[in-house]
Design a binder for this molecule. Structure first.
Ligand code: TRP
Ligand code: ZN
Length: 469
């Protein structure tokens, strides 16, 4: 044994001498740090959207300065990003679609950059050490072009309108108007300074930080969202708007805006949004943000998006059901955010179930009746072939993710009983407030709180390409 050990030690010494041969010696500056500085990945690691987001850093704050001229459709922007490196970085990427980059600094020093598709690669003048905080400032301009047809969605991102813009960016359209880390797994706080021609209103997330200021025929609106937000929820919806501001009966600041064409919807939007926000606070747990409200613009999208604190409704008068849906997303999607797009039912299934709960609350059709109506659909209905627990990148917003996702929650409610089910909803929102979630975490919590093996139920409802019994 002894001699064997000595033989091993000699061999190890020999190997290490060979490994340290002069040709392999690192240059002196790299030798100082344990790991060499390398390029951050061009994607954040979502296998379904491999180039969405970026690796190597984590954003904590975006400060957006945007000047938009509705007549020329030209946007001039300065985006200041505060981030921390999660590896030793020689360079890193941002996501940006179209637009001309004028200059980039990192910690105040000019950086070089290159563009390929929607990837903007930034090489700082000095490498960035792991865990170091750094500030990136990107100056850019151009006519934003919305994204089209990704994931079966039509047009999304920064969409110009006659009097301004309609900005709805799910799943990856925020890169159409500012450079960022465009994936929900990196949330950050936001400040906005939006300059528009006097007479145009700019509505962004969070709250106004003061009165708008006007100079030289232009008005600047300053908004601040102090809670972490996914990039797809950032908005700067611009146009002529009538406003109603105040508080919900429960005391939450409430901001409603309607395009003049939808002036008759303003009071209903304001009142119902307030009532729904307060009610969801009793069902899902305390409202996570500092204000609520909504915007109706005259862009005929035919859909709505749950922009944080400011859902926008595109070209229609929203009814109670869709307001209930978009405001439920403030808990499910906005406060609790998915790490991967495949888990989208955690957003859409919950918000759809919220529509049924709202109807039940109002003494109209019960959630059970909604469930039964859908369950009656024939085995050949496409909803049964699409397992909602694994949203497909090419068909992310399939109806199954909404309806069968909602049915999953009702099946769960029946299995665990109302008391456990509603305790579970509150525990879920409390446990992951402002954070990230996965389906496995939800199933684990449901099993822990009910004491039941729910594996077969979730498997049948979320993962099988057939109608559950
Ligand atoms: N999340 C939206 C909803 O169901 C739907 C949606 C997805 C959307 N992508 C969008 C809306 C892009 C507007 C723009 O509430
Ligand atoms: Zn939704």
């Amino acid at each position: 044994m002894r001699s064997n050990r000595r033989g091993m030690a000699l061999l190890a010494a020999l190997i290490s001498v060979l490994a340290c041969a002069p040709a392999d010696e690192p240059p002196p500056d790299q030798a100082m740090s344990a790991v060499a500085h390398t390029a951050g990945a061009p994607g954040i690691g979502d296998p379904d959207f491999p180039t969405d987001g970026n690796g190597g850093y984590d954003v904590s704050h975006y400060a957006l300065a945007v000047d938009y001229a509705p007549t020329t459709k030209r946007l001039e922007g300065v985006t200041t990003i505060q981030a921390a490196a999660t590896q030793n970085l020689s360079r890193f990427n941002l996501d940006l679609s179209g637009l001309d980059v004028r200059g980039i600094t990192v910690d105040g020093s000019p950086a070089t950059f290159a563009r390929k598709g929607d990837e903007l690669t930034v090489t700082p003048s000095a490498p960035i050490d792991k865990k170091a905080r750094f500030t990136v400032k990107v100056t850019y301009a151009g006519v934003p072009k919305p994204a089209k047809d990704s994931a079966n969605l039509g047009t999304y991102g920064f969409i110009s309108t006659a009097d301004g813009a309609f900005v709805t960016s799910e799943p990856n359209g925020s890169k159409t108007w500012f450079p960022n880390n465009d994936h929900p797994s990196d949330k950050a706080t936001f400040d906005f300074a939006i300059t528009v021609p006097a007479g145009v209103t700019a509505v962004a997330n969070g709250e106004l930080t003061g009165q708008p200021t006007t100079a030289g025929g232009k008005t600047t609106y300053r908004w601040s969202e102090r809670h972490p937000m996914a990039t797809y929820l950032a908005t700067a919806t611009l146009g002529k708007f009538d406003l109603r501001q105040g508080k919900t009966p429960g005391g939450i600041p409430n901001f409603a805006a309607t395009d003049p064409k939808f002036r008759s919807s303003l009071d209903k939007l304001y009142t119902v949004s307030g009532e729904v926000t307060d009610y969801w606070g009793t069902v899902f747990g305390p409202y996570p943000f500092s204000s609520t409200g909504g915007v109706v613009d005259d862009y005929a999208a035919g859909y709505a998006l749950e922009n944080q604190t400011k859902p926008v409704y595109g070209g229609f008068e929203p009814d109670e059901s869709i307001i209930a849906h978009e405001l439920a997303h403030q808990w499910f999607g906005d406060s609790l955010t998915i790490k991967r797009w495949k888990d989208l039912w955690l957003n859409e299934g919950f918000a759809t179930y919220a529509e049924w709960l709202w109807s039940e609350h109002k003494g109209k059709q019960s959630a059970e009746a909604f469930f039964n109506d859908y369950h009656k659909r024939p085995a050949s209905d496409p909803m049964w072939a699409y397992p909602p627990g694994r949203a497909k990148p090419g068909d992310l917003f399939n109806q199954s993710v909404y309806t069968r996702g909602g049915m999953t929650l009702h099946a769960l409610r029946k299995a665990v009983g109302d008391q456990t089910f509603f305790q579970l909803l509150k525990a879920w929102t409390a446990g992951h407030r402002y954070g990230h979630v996965t389906t496995d975490e939800f199933i684990a919590l449901a099993e822990r709180m009910s004491g039941k093996d729910l594996g077969p139920l979730f498997d049948a409802w979320l993962y099988q390409p057939r109608r559950p019994a």
